[in-house]
Design a protein around this ligand. Sequence first.
Ligand code: CUK
Ligand code: CUA
Length: 624
Amino acid sequence: PEPDDDGGVSLGLPGLSLNRRDFVKAGVAAGAMGAVAGCSSLNGGGGGQATESGGGGVDHSVAPGEHDEYYGFWSGGHSGELRVIGIPSMRELTRIPVFNTDCASGYGYTDDTKQLLEDSGGYSWGDNHHPNLSETDGDYDGEYLYVNDKANGRIARVNLTYFETDAITDVPNMQAIHGCTVLSPDTKYVFGNGEFRAPLPNDGRDLDDPDSYTALFAAVDPESMETQWQVKVDGNLDINDSGKEGRWVIASAYNSEEATSIQGMTRDDRDDVKAFDIPAIEQAVENGNYEEVNGIPIVDGTKESPLNQGDRPIVKYIPTPKSPHCVEVEPNGDYAMVAGKLSPTVTIIDLNKLPEVEDPADAVVGRPRVGLGPLHTTFDGNGHAYTSLFIDSQAVKWDIEAAVEAEEGSEEPIIERQDVHYNPGHIQALEAMTTDPDGEWLVSLNKLSKDRFLPVGPIMPDNDQLIHIGQGEKEMELVADHPAYPEPHDCVFAHKDKIDAKKVYDPEDYEETYITEEASGVERTGENSVHVKMTTKRSEYGLPDFTVQEGDEVRLTTTNIEGIQDIIHGVAIPEHDINYAVAPQDTREVTFTADEPGVYWIYCTFFCSALHLEMRSRMLVEPA
Ligand code: CUK
Ligand code: CUA
């Protein structure tokens, strides 16, 4: 695109020109977001091109044998998994399968993990976007991570003692959960934003009657993972974040038109961000002001609801420019930042004013103009916000108080612009979601990598860029490119001292029967079922062989009796689609049918010792 006369961006399409001084008209902008994705971009500061070189003065390397300072938890998008990446090295430390199956660990193959996926809907994939760490007193407590599944309306919990998914809940009445956040300062709830509007219940009624579709906001108990209540609202919900005082959860929203097509969804000029007053909603539930659908109390939070007419509405509707994207609450909990997406501004909502103002629009206290396509904002804890610009391909640093002081639409609060690679989505700084962020490093999660890496065929990696920001007093400096398999959306960082990962399982933490060497053996449990128990250690299985009958249902229980960290054994059974890992002191089970007579060599998939290849057992299946 070439700059046009007003310093806007011509998109090379008749009649399409974005004037940076005005809010972008919705219909035009919807096309513009599509049209300029991946194109070079322009801005007042002289070009949002991906920089040619990275890796300036700041060293982010971590020497061999040294540890990173921070854990980074990356969502894996539609890969269904999470990735754990060390900061600042950007080394991938592990992956945590969540909504997908994973043959390296056996997640989705062992009985318990297979059951977990089956009980939450039996889907083979999910689309996770927003990882959240559990909090106590506004700080990460290292207990759990919660993440949404946009595809199937689920929320999963990852246990950070063992770095494994231990619960997935399929939230009733909701098709797509996009925004996901925990209540701060203490994780009393995990909240999910229902993005897609649908009939309630969605059982075949009102198929083509979009006026009767509903979007829901859900509160899930972080321990039981049961849905406690839901709130019905107008428009689609997008992303959410919690204030710091346990009262407000702010959710961005689009499609106030409640249309079903892009033309309809972009007809009007405004949308309404929702501010959920959590204690007021709890009170409504307690007072019985709800209807129950599929066992869940649903409170009416639509604009016209009686619950929104009194002195304390349960949901406040705050007008913003059309189709905003993310909401992030800054560390002090005073302001929520709503990135404009189609508008080149960030709308600042004063959470302290929210309870007082009669007209929720009066809680808007600032609207700095940051550039084209603002999507996400993060914080360094020293009064600065950093907003990603999808279209300009920049990370923009701005002063929060200056933005509140400045006139609406002013560029004055802008301190600095850092060009990043094409089309950043989320942007995240160290511990930015706590009340005390650490600054220092910021990651820009860019959607495209184009020519930044060796070509690997048409499906290219994303490009996550590491940017040094110091404590916010320094200039931003692009330090590293990091390819990412499709498709991370967001990440969250915790200091290493806040996570206490165990290196060996504690059998007490699990209910499974621990198998000792003496207990190894085969027990017939029915006419067509056997229970095979065996241990693993270097370099043998507790049973050198075992015999079952053709057609038997075989329950195979395996305990790794090693007490030493990092000695993992695998149990692979050819032609039975079975392979799983058993970590030290862990017990895992698989159940399968031995339906073909023959000899099957069970072998270990982890290279565990010099005699790893010899670590075998034989399953002998006798013909019926
Ligand atoms: S969304 Cu993907 S870039 Cu799901 Cu947080 Cu904004
Ligand atoms: Cu056990 Cu290889």
